[in-house]
Ligand binder design. Structure first.
Ligand SMILES: Nc1ncnc2c1ncn2[C@@H]1O[C@H](COP(=O)(O)OP(=O)(O)OP(=O)(O)O)[C@@H](O)[C@H]1O
Ligand SMILES: [Mg+2]
Length: 324
C-alpha cells in the first residue's frame, strides 16, 4: 500500500506552556477525505496550522512529527516550507477575508499561485483563474476576477479563497470549516468540487467541520477530537453505525435525524462546557462531562484498537450502547 500523503504522529502544540494539541496522530491517504470533528476549542485549527507551519506566534510545536509524502516538514527550512505551501499543500482558512490581499484583484491572487508554483504564462494563468472562479460558483467570473476583495461579499471572498487553495491541485488540502459561511446551494457545489479533486487529482483532504451531515456526505474516515486529543478514529460508516467513545455518541445524538423523525423535538446537548485548555481533569479529559465516568477514568485512557480499522480512548467502550 502507498504511504499516506499526510502522516501526523504524536503531535503536540503548546500555548503558554499548555498543550492545546496533545499527542495527536492521524493520516490521510491519497484520494481520501478524513474529517476532523469536535466542539469549539478542542484544537482542530491548531492541528491544521501546525501541519501547515502556520501557527500563531503564541503557539509552538512541542513534539511529534508531520510527514508530507514521507518528508519530515520539521526538518525543512522556512524557504522550503513556503515552497510547499500553495503548491503541494494548501489550506482553506476558517476566516477567509483576512487571508486575501486587499490591494490585489482577486483573479490575480488566484493566478499568482500558478505563476509562482506551476510556471505558467500570465495569460494561461489568468484564464485558469477565471475557470476556477466559475468552478467555485462565482457568476460572471471574468468581471469578478478584476475586482478587489472589498467589492465582493463575504461568501464570495470565501469562494475566492477556496479557488486559491484548489488551483494548483495540491497533494494535500486542509479545509477548516470551508463552507459554514455559504448558503446550501453553494455549499453543495463546493463539496462536489472537493469530491472531484479527490477522485480526479488524488488529493488527500483533511476536512475540519462541525457539520456531521457534511461528514456523512463526503468523508471516508473521521477523527474525533476532545481536549486536544483524538478520542475516536475510524471509517465513516462504522462510526455512524456504532460509536466506541461516549463523546462521539453524544456528538452524533446532537444532530437532527436525516429522516426528520425528530422535527419539533429539542435536540439533546452535551452537558457542561469544554474546559479551558490546560484545565482538563486528570485522567480522561471528557470525564467531567461523561455519563459513564467512574473511578477508572482517573487514569488516562490510551487510544487503542476498538474493532477492525478503528480505535478509541475510553475505559468503558463496552457500556456505550447503554447511553440513550
Ligand atoms: N492565539 C491564541 N492564544 C492563546 N490561546 C489560543 C489562541 N488560539 C487558540 N487558542 C486556544 O487553543 C485551543 C485550541 O483552539 P483551536 O482554535 O485549535 O480550536 P478549534 O477546535 O479549531 O475550535 P473552533 O471549532 O472554534 O474553530 C483553544 O482552547 C483556544 O482557546
Ligand atoms: Mg477552528
Amino acid at each position: 500500500m502507498a504511504a499516506p500523503v499526510l502522516s501526523v504522529d504524536g503531535l503536540r502544540v503548546a500555548i503558554n506552556g499548555k498543550a492545546v494539541v496533545d499527542d495527536v496522530s492521524l493520516s490521510v491517504d491519497a484520494g481520501k477525505i478524513v474529517s476532523l470533528v469536535g466542539e469549539s476549542g478542542c484544537g482542530k485549527s491548531m492541528t491544521a496550522f501546525a501541519v501547515m507551519g502556520l501557527l500563531p506566534p503564541a503557539a509552538s510545536v512541542a513534539g511529534g512529527s508531520v510527514l508530507l509524502n514521507g518528508r519530515d516538514l520539521s526538518r525543512l527550512g522556512r524557504g522550503a516550507l513556503m515552497g510547499l505551501r500553495g503548491s503541494e499543500m494548501s489550506m482553506i482558512f476558517q476566516e477567509p477575508v483576512a487571508s486575501l490581499n486587499p490591494l490585489m484583484p482577486v483573479g490575480r491572487q488566484i493566478a499568482e499561485s500558478l505563476l509562482v508554483h506551476r510556471r505558467l504564462g500570465r495569460k494561461q494563468a489568468w484564464h485558469q483563474a477565471i475557470a476556477m472562479l466559475e468552478d467555485v460558483g462565482i457568476p460572471e467570473p471574468a468581471m469578478r476576477a478584476r475586482q478587489y476583495p472589498f467589492e465582493l461579499s463575504g461568501g464570495m471572498c470565501q469562494r475566492v479563497m477556496i479557488a486559491m487553495a484548489l488551483i494548483t491541485r495540491p497533494r494535500l488540502l486542509i479545509a477548516d470549516e470551508p463552507t459554514t459561511a455559504l448558503d446550501v446551494t453553494i455549499q453543495a457545489q463546493i463539496l462536489e468540487l472537493m469530491k472531484r479533486l479527490r477522485s480526479e487529482t488524488g488529493t488527500a483532504i483533511l476536512l475540519i467541520t462541525h457539520d456531521m451531515g457534511v461528514v456523512a456526505d463526503i468523508a471516508d474516515r473521521v477523527a474525533v477530537m476532545y481536549g486536544g486529543r483524538i478520542v475516536e478514529d475510524g471509517g465513516v460508516e462504522a462510526i455512524f453505525q456504532e460509536q466506541k467513545h461516549p463523546y462521539t455518541r453524544l456528538l452524533l445524538s446532537t444532530i437532527p435525524r436525516l429522516d426528520g423523525s425528530d422535527v419539533g423535538q429539542l435536540l439533546p446537548t452535551i452537558r457542561g462546557m469544554v474546559p479551558d485548555a490546560g484545565s482538563w481533569p486528570p485522567g480522561c479529559r471528557f470525564s467531567t462531562r461523561c455519563p459513564l465516568a467512574d473511578e477508572d477514568c482517573r487514569q488516562v485512557p490510551l487510544l487503542e484498537a476498538a474493532g477492525q480499522d478503528r480505535s478509541a480512548a475510553c475505559w468503558h467502550q463496552d457500556r456505550i450502547g447503554r447511553l440513550a
